[in-house]
Design a protein around this ligand. Sequence first.
Ligand SMILES: *Cc1c(COP(=O)(O)O)cnc(C)c1O
Length: 410
Amino acid sequence: MDENVYIKTGVTNVPDEGGYFGEYGGRFVPETLVPALDELIVAYKEAMADPEFQHELAHLQTTYTGRPTPVTYAKRLSEHLGGAQIYLKREDLAHTGAHKINNAIGQALLAKRMGKHRIVAETGAGQHGVASATVSALLGLDCHVYMGSVDMARQKPNVFRMKLLGAEVIPVESGSKTLKDAINEAIRDWVTNVRTTFYLLGSALGPHPYPMMVRDFQSVIGTEAREQIVKEAGRLPDVCIACVGGGSNAIGLFHAFRDDKNIELIGVEAGGHGIASGEHAARFADPNMGRPGVLQGTRSFVLQNADGQIMNTHSVSAGLDYASVGPEHAYFRENEIAHYTVATDDEALAAFQTLCKLEGIIPALESSHGVAEVIKRAPTLPKDAVILVNLSGRGDKDLDTVIKELGMNV
Ligand SMILES: *Cc1c(COP(=O)(O)O)cnc(C)c1O
């Protein structure tokens, strides 16, 4: 792959100058952050146009992250389902075990270029916190991660990882003591220390330019996969599938295929205990609670009650457990560029086990939602059809959850 064309920006007509994807996106922030976001927009554009920055990013992606990650033909799964041929994009093989580092490395390089050596980040399950701590150690940056105290208790190994990597982990005791509250605290820190601090945001969310920037850094997934699938399958896929939390791995995959009218793009949200139960994170699939609204800097689909109160969400996978979704997905859905569906906790757990036994790959529970959709779709398609699914991460982090859910004993 040509290292100089690794990351592109401005190749599509969205977002516009104000950061809008149609009627979604924008920047809903306190006045004090406006100059910082303006500065970031300028710095980002300059960096993207600078071959030296592009080269440094591509070089680290190759020599540190381990890119390109492969595309694997899932032969036994394909035979088992008896329909389409299934290919896996292996983000589980990236350093730290998920796609999050693609974005973290890009933003950390940008922070350094802007002369901001203090990083703040938020984390829910700890995956973005670990990616931020990792790249901060790599580049010599001072990393502070906000994490809800409930999440800290649930995700101890990731708290230890962050500390070992030299980051400070700050417990958040407000609200429900989870991701949403951690983001509020990280934004508060950023407002206070805005001159010296870079906010390293973990998904395709937040105020402009974050949704665009995170998309661009994650678009490496689709750019690679498009080339690789042609080599492996002999042609482009008929269907691309990815799970959607904030939406960064999905938008990163989808972008390389967004102009192909005959390639179906499917995003999979967390159906939790089912839409009817109200215990889920299905911003698009629940017509009662999922409506346009503003949450944490951006306008998108948000799970809220009749009074606009943000609802608590549920998913067996922590990475999909958020009340809002990246604004570009709301735009993709409205313009039928992509379609969105759900997989329940039970369907994801079943898919998790199937991939373990048939392919020797332990996937993240988030990624298992994508695999669950593959299991539904593949048998309905002819044998010469091709499905590409993004395996956003590996499942080692989820072993405790899975062991409990399945009631396993030694
Ligand atoms: C965080 C995470 C996700 C969800 O985030 P997106 O921004 O929607 O990609 C999915 N898979 C894994 C493995 C994650 O760590």
